[in-house]
Design a protein around this ligand. Structure first.
Ligand SMILES: *Cc1c(COP(=O)(O)O)cnc(C)c1O
Length: 227
């Protein structure tokens, strides 16, 4: 995978240092994460609670390496509290109500000494405008970003997107790059673009992704039943 990522970066005229590889370990047990840590991986993506929180606790009990875990999946407000206890970054922020819940939870986690840094967030943008599958329409990014800016315990880092299944990845990643360029004009520090998965990471890198989220291409097909 590192080779594929290097090739994609070099084809795009970019340095591999510009693109983080998040290994998506959802559905895989903590033992597999421990193995990946032993192989040198440090950044992981999880998408479901309570599976994720339990797994992170187990991994941290077994390995002291400074591994980080991001929440990349859809998140309900009632899970904000547990997620704020373990996540470095939430990639799937798509409502003011969720932002408020995460802000409260991250502040409480800080008071409790469970976390030290603010909770990083990415706003998930819906590339086709169908927000039923998560994300906000491009037109709604600014109000949500302003809301996040007023939240003390959150830090806005950028945008996340998932290319819709219909249509060519090129089209969607081009759209992501356009939306991001526009967004950066009013939020110049929010430079992260979390885009690209096993099937389209090469295209995503060509269009400026700074973080690819890769599961299947590293770990194989996910087990049907979660741990
Ligand atoms: C599962 C998941 C991925 C990884 O997908 P693969 O195709 O297995 O690489 C990436 N992003 C999100 C949001 C996911 O839920």
């Amino acid at each position: 995978m590192r080779d594929r990522l290097r090739v994609a970066c070099s084809a795009a005229g970019r340095s591999p240092d510009e693109v983080e590889l998040l290994v998506v370990t959802k559905f895989f047990p903590a033992e597999d994460v421990v193995r990946l840590i032993d192989l040198g991986e440090r950044e992981f993506g999880e998408s479901r609670e309570p599976e994720a929180g339990r797994k992170v606790a187990q991994v941290r009990a077994e390995r002291s390496e400074p591994a980080v875990f991001d929440m990349i999946g859809r998140l309900q407000r009632n899970k904000a509290k547990t997620v704020a206890g373990w996540a470095r970054c939430v990639h799937s922020l798509d409502s003011e109500r969720l932002a408020t819940a995460l802000d409260t939870a991250a502040a409480a986690a800080r008071d409790d000494g469970v976390r030290h840094d603010p909770l990083d967030v990415l706003i998930q943008v819906s590339l086709d405008g169908d927000t039923s599958r998560g994300g906000v329409a491009a037109d709604d990014l600014d109000p949500l970003a302003q809301h996040v800016a007023s939240a003390d315990a959150l830090r806005l880092r950028g945008l996340m997107c998932i290319a819709p299944l219909e249509g060519e990845p090129e089209r969607w990643m081009h759209r992501a790059a356009t939306v991001r360029a526009q967004f950066l004009r009013s939020h110049p520090d929010a430079e992260v673009l979390s885009a690209g998965m096993s099937g389209d990471l090469d295209v995503a890198v060509a269009y400026g992704s700074t973080c690819v989220r890769v599961g299947t291409a590293i770990l194989g097909e996910r087990p049907i039943v979660s741990p």
